[in-house]
Design a protein around this ligand. Sequence first.
Ligand code: GGG
Length: 372
Amino acid sequence: AMSTTTGARSLTIGLIPADGIGREVIPAARQVLEALPKDALPAKLDFLDLDAGFEYFQKNGVALPEETLAALKDKCDGALFGAVSSPSHKVAGYSSPIVGLRKKMDLYANVRPVISGAAATASGEKRAIDMLIIRENTECLYIKEEEQGSDAQGKFAVAKRRISEFASRRAGEMAFSMALQRDAMRQQLPLAERTWKSRPKVTIVHKSNVLSVTDGLWRETVRGVYNGNELYKNNVDVEEQLVDSMVYRMFREPEAFDVVVAPNMYGDIISDGAAALVGSLGLVPSANVGDSFVVGEPVHGSAPDIAGKNIANPIAAIRSAAMLLERTGYGSAALAIYRAVDKVLEAGQIKTPDLGGKSTTNEVTDTICKLL
Ligand code: GGG
C-alpha cells in the first residue's frame, strides 16, 4: 500500500491498542498523525483497528488473533502497539501477544531512544542524555521455555535461555549501522548543539563472566560484526559493559552512552531504568524493527492503576508514531512530531501527572497537534 496507481502515496497503519492505557495513548498517537499538515506528510493515511491483548483473551480465548496477524501482513505498512497487561501467573492457553507479535513478524530489534531533551530528571537536574538502546527482540529468556519439577528439597523451576549467532548478529548490525546513522544526523548540527560530541560508540552489554556460554556467544558475535566490517572499525568505537555495572554506570554517568546493544531481557530492564533518568517512562518510545515491517510501541506498560482516567502520558506513543514514520520513509513528518513534542516539554506548562503536572492525555495531545 506504499503507493497507489495514481502515484499518490498512501500509508496504512494497523492500530493495536491492546490493554489499559494502550487504549488512550494509541488514539492520541492517531490524532497526532491525522493532524500532520500535508506538506509534512505527503501521503494519504489509512488506519486499521486490530485486536490483541489480555482482555481480548479473556473474552475470546486468544490473545493475538490470526486475523490481526493476517491484516498486518497483507494490508499494513506498519503498526502501532499500545501495551499489554499479562498476568504474573500462568494462565492456561495464554501467551503474551506482544512477545508473539515480535516473533511472528520477525521484528528482531527493539530500538529505544532515551533522550533527556528539555525534560528534567526525577531529581530535577538536567543531563545531556542521548542514548539509543537496541534490545534483541526474539530470544533470550523470552522464548518462554519454562518447566517445573520437584526433587527431595521441593519444587523448582527452570527456564531456557536461547542466544543464537543469527539473532545476535542481526542485533549487532542494527546497533553499528544505527551508530553511523546517528553520527551522520549529528554532523548536520552545529557542534554546540550536539549532545554527543565524540566518535560514535556502541556499548555491548552482557554477563559473560558468569554466563560464558550464552552471553559468551552474544558478546563474540556482536564483536564479530564489528571486527568484520571496515566501515564500523574505522568509524565507530566499541566497548563492553557487564549488565550489573552497566546499570551502575548508567545511573552515574548516563551521558557516557551513545548506542547500547543488549540481549532481550537485559535490554528490557535497562531501558525502563534509563527512562527514569529522563523524567518518565511515559516519554520513551520504541520501534520494533524487522527487515520489512515496523511496529511503534511505547516502552511503558498498560498501567492499570491509571487506565481510563485520561491522565496517561501520550508522548511515548506519539514519539513511537514518529519512529514509525521515520522508518517508513517519512523523516520530515517524524521530525515535525519530535519538534512539537519537544516544544511542549520545553514550555513545561502542559504535562501529565507522571511529569508533575495536572494536564490530561487529551490536553497534551491537542497541544501537540496545534504545534504541528
Ligand atoms: N508497551 C510495552 C508493554 O506493554 N510492556 C509491558 C510488557 O512488557 N508486557 C509484557 C506482557 O504483558 O506480555
